[in-house]
Every structure is written in structure tokens, then in C-alpha cells.
Design a binder for this molecule. Structure first.
Ligand SMILES: Cc1cc2nc3c(=O)[nH]c(=O)nc-3n(C[C@H](O)[C@H](O)[C@H](O)COP(=O)(O)O)c2cc1C
Length: 251
């Protein structure tokens, strides 16, 4: 099993330690290959907010850096740990830049074969929920199988530390167990609705320069696969519903 840990803390402390603990739990029981990707060590330049990745396509991004190398690493991993410290009730700026640089994957998802763990380390419980929610979006079409907040507040006593350590152990095992099973992508209901909505938006459009139009007009679904009757029906139903809402100006 190949696991890629993407870490946005610039220092090797709480976030790094939490991942190292997970790695050692995994390596005690399973044959795992770990790779660490530190966002402060790769060339991922700051998003300029030009919108070109969203509108024309990610290949038009003016920043030429390690973005595609990161994508290749994610795609060749079975599991990905996205890890950030909580900075002011959210992910830190490096991880926020990562989120913005890959924002186009919220329009045109990928990573359908990957399983994700979202890990936030924090001085207190405040902000863990917000940071986790922001970061979980970066799984794109992949499945988030584990979410964990790891606290290092000065008020942590032995009992709380013990409880946290057990939770980390449990989540680490859960994450790896999901990867052990042969993975067959079975579209969740949310993906069927997601696809239907975007497809409906771009159905009335014929703008060849729009990346979303090109993506949705050529696809029956995100992944080329045999969908069941129920799944096809759901796609049709929601496509019709969104189409109607668009026509009456409600979307
Ligand atoms: C700029 C900054 C902002 C922070 N904001 C919060 C916060 O809002 N809530 C919190 O509980 N901890 C906060 N912390 C503490 C870190 O989340 C916590 O110590 C984290 O585990 C640090 O991870 P690291 O050691 O991997 O860098 C903040 C730390 C920094 C440096």
C-alpha cells in the first residue's frame, strides 16, 4: 500500500509527529510504503486568483511549478493523508493556498481511486471542525474515510492524552483497513447529484473555451463505467430537476 502524507506545517512538530505515529501504527501491522510531501519544500506558488483554471482549464494556469507533480503523486498513491495545523480557526496559509490551487477540482473532480484521511492538529478543540471541513473538500472525487483532530493544549492531562492516542490508533487502523479491500468505485448519491447539477448548468452552453463545458458535455458520468438502472435514473432525475431550476432562474 502506498500512502502519501501532504503536510502544510513548516516545522516538524505536532502535525509531523501525529503522522509519524500513524505511520508506525500502520507499519507494525501492514506492508505500507510512506512518502512525505512538505508543502514548504515543494514549489507550489501562490494562487493569483486569475480564474483561468476554473474557466479555461487548469492547463492555462500561469504558474509553472510543482502542481502537476503533486497530482501525479496523489494519483499513484492508494491513500492520502492531508494534514494541516489549525491556524486561527482554519487550515494554515500554505494549505489554504493548496486548496485554492486545486479549487478547479471542485468543478472537475478526480482521485476516484484514492482514499483520504484529513488530519488537523490544534492547540485546542476550537477551529478543528472548520479546518477539517475546508480540507475535506480537497479529496475531490476521492473518499474521505477518516477525519481526526489532534490536540496539544497545555490543559491535556494523562487521561485525555490516552483517549486521544486510542482515537488516533482507531482512525489509523480504519484508514488502512479501507485500503486493504480491493477498491471498486461505487458512486455515492452525492456524486450522482454533483454530476447532474454541473451537467445541467453546461447543457445550454456551447462555449468551447469553457473547461467545464468541455468536461461535462463529453461525459455520461465522472467515471466511464456501467451504471445501474437506479443510478442512471437518479442522474436523469436530478439533471431534469436542475435544468428546470436553471430555466426558471432559481439556480
Ligand atoms: C498563527 C497560528 C495560529 C493558531 N491558531 C490556533 C487556533 O485558532 N486554535 C487553536 O486551537 N490553535 C491554534 N494554533 C496552534 C496550532 O494549531 C497547534 O499548535 C498546531 O498543532 C501546530 O502544529 P505544528 O506543530 O505542526 O506546526 C495556532 C498556531 C499558530 C502558529
Amino acid at each position: 500500500m502506498k500512502i502519501l502524507a501532504i503536510i502544510s506545517s513548516p516545522r516538524k512538530k505536532h502535525t509531523y509527529d501525529a503522522i509519524k505515529t500513524i505511520e508506525s501504527i500502520h507499519k507494525q501491522k501492514y506492508d505500507c510504503e510512506y512518502e512525505y510531501l512538505f508543502l514548504n519544500k515543494v514549489d507550489l506558488q501562490n494562487c493569483r486568483g486569475c480564474h483561468l483554471c476554473l474557466t479555461k482549464g487548469e492547463e492555462f494556469c500561469p504558474l509553472k511549478d510543482d502542481r502537476d507533480m503533486i497530482i501525479e503523486k496523489i494519483e499513484s498513491a492508494d491513500g492520502v493523508i492531508l494534514a494541516s495545523p489549525n491556524h486561527t480557526m482554519n487550515v494554515n496559509w500554505r494549505m489554504k493556498n493548496y486548496i485554492d490551487r486545486f479549487s478547479y477540482q471542485m468543478h472537475r473532480p478526480s482521485y476516484f481511486n484514492q482514499r483520504f484521511m484529513i488530519l488537523i492538529t490544534s492547540g485546542s478543540y476550537r477551529g478543528i471542525k472548520e479546518a477539517t471541513k475546508a480540507l475535506a473538500l480537497m479529496a475531490s472525487g476521492g473518499k474521505v474515510v477518516s477525519k481526526i483532530g489532534v490536540m496539544n493544549s497545555p490543559g491535556m492531562n494523562d487521561k485525555k492524552r490516552e483517549k486521544q492516542s486510542k482515537k488516533l490508533q482507531k482512525e489509523a487502523i480504519k484508514f488502512v483497513n479501507k485500503m486493504k479491500k480491493p477498491f471498486i468505485y461505487n458512486p455515492p448519491f452525492g456524486h450522482l447529484v454533483w454530476f447532474s447539477a454541473f451537467k445541467a448548468v453546461y447543457e445550454g452552453d456551447t462555449d468551447e473555451s469553457s473547461a467545464d463545458y468541455r468536461f461535462y458535455s463529453t461525459k455520461k458520468f465522472f467515471v466511464d463505467m456501467n451504471l445501474s438502472f437506479g443510478q442512471k435514473f437518479t442522474l436523469k432525475l436530478f439533471n431534469g430537476l436542475f435544468g428546470f431550476l436553471i430555466r426558471i432562474g432559481m439556480v
